[in-house]
Design a protein around this ligand. Sequence first.
Ligand SMILES: [Zn+2]
Ligand SMILES: [Zn+2]
Length: 222
Amino acid sequence: MHLAELLESSGCPLCRTRLREARRHLGSVLYESVNDPAFRDRLLAARGFCRAHSQQLLAANRAGAGGSLGAAILFGSVIRKRLAELKKVADGRGRPMDRDLELARRPASCPTCEQVESAQASAVSRLLDRTSDEHWRLALAAAELCLDDLLLLAAAADRRSGRWSEVFGAQIGRVEGIAARLEGFAYNSSYDRLHLMTDAERRASDEAAVLLGGTVSEAQAR
Ligand SMILES: [Zn+2]
Ligand SMILES: [Zn+2]
């Protein structure tokens, strides 16, 4: 994915990286791996997709030309496996320290999450590498990063470097601006001050939701 595209669209660039990588991976699973025995074995060993990617797999299948057949085949084999785990729990009849219950409750080792994590790690290191260039540094300083991803970059950055301090300082200024606009919105919401409210104050809650909750859909990121 091109960094320019990442930094120039609205919303959090790292959230967008994860959304796009998940879409790309689920698409490739649907169109290349449904009948691939090696992938099917790996999926069973992983015990399926995580909750979010299970939902997105079906949505991706329906959005493409495939109806829901690919998702149905993969879900069917995962559910057979999870059903066997449920039956073991039922057979255990609530023994103390029920190991079967613990095993059944483990989240799936989602193969899409694995891809998303590696795309995220590469985006983080590319974004930080490019801070040596002023153009990229300014773009990152102004990006609408969510709070978690700002801190993810801070954790990976060389915090003694002046380049990162410049980005981090600008991002803190951006967060301060959001706080001030939210307060302005609340203050100007009374009847006698409505005419003083600015468009920036009206948009502040949307900015705050991305800051605190991340960019959650690609539509939101456009
Ligand atoms: Zn984010
Ligand atoms: Zn997942």
